[in-house]
Ligand binder design. Sequence first.
Ligand code: SAM
Length: 206
Amino acid sequence: MEPQFWRDRWAENKIGFHEGKPNTFLAEHEGRLGGTRVLVPLCGKSEDLAFLAAHGRSVIGIELVEDAVAAFFGEHAATPTIERRGPLALYTAGAIQILAGDFFAVTPADVGPVDAIYDRAALIALPPELRPRYIAHLRSLVPAPAPVLLVTIEYPQDLMPGPPFSVPESEVRTYYPTATLLGDAPIQSGRAAELGVARERSYLVR
Ligand SMILES: C[S@@+](CC[C@H](N)C(=O)[O-])C[C@H]1O[C@@H](n2cnc3c(N)ncnc32)[C@H](O)[C@@H]1O
């Protein structure tokens, strides 16, 4: 998707992907993720950032749309410091940092030391041709063996165009051969929920 697609989604408040509460699979399995500083790519203004911080983690998110980043801190009554770094802006308040800017422009130095990854609705936000590049860049920021908690969606892709895209288990295993399926449940929110057949699935990669 072009950056403008996401800017428009946020500007028009078409953010059905935003759960407004911690993700069920994260709430159930965060203790299995491990790590002390967690990277949350394509984080939106997810409550999962606050949930991870409330469970003792430092968190660094990456989000393209700066208004979404500002909204996260505003909704949590936090006043972040903002450090401009070329095309990026680093927002910091307490244990939560969010880099505002393009994920693909972020370097390991921007992110700093990270020892776990939480991906909910990031991989599945991207079209098939971009997903291998996304995984390669993610691993350049946080090399294996840092664990990954991954939340995906599966549905027959011909029922609707993404995003969100269906990413089947077979594809997940091409990126993460050691992934263990933790959970599978009907999806509760967003466009895919309206299909009535979409499943949300979570994996732990160690
Ligand atoms: C489907 S939403 C998921 C947001 C969040 N993970 C959640 O669970 O609510 C995908 C998010 O990725 C952001 N995004 C899309 N492309 C991006 C990019 N290249 N770099 C950083 N963020 C991006 C969008 O603005 C959007 O907020």
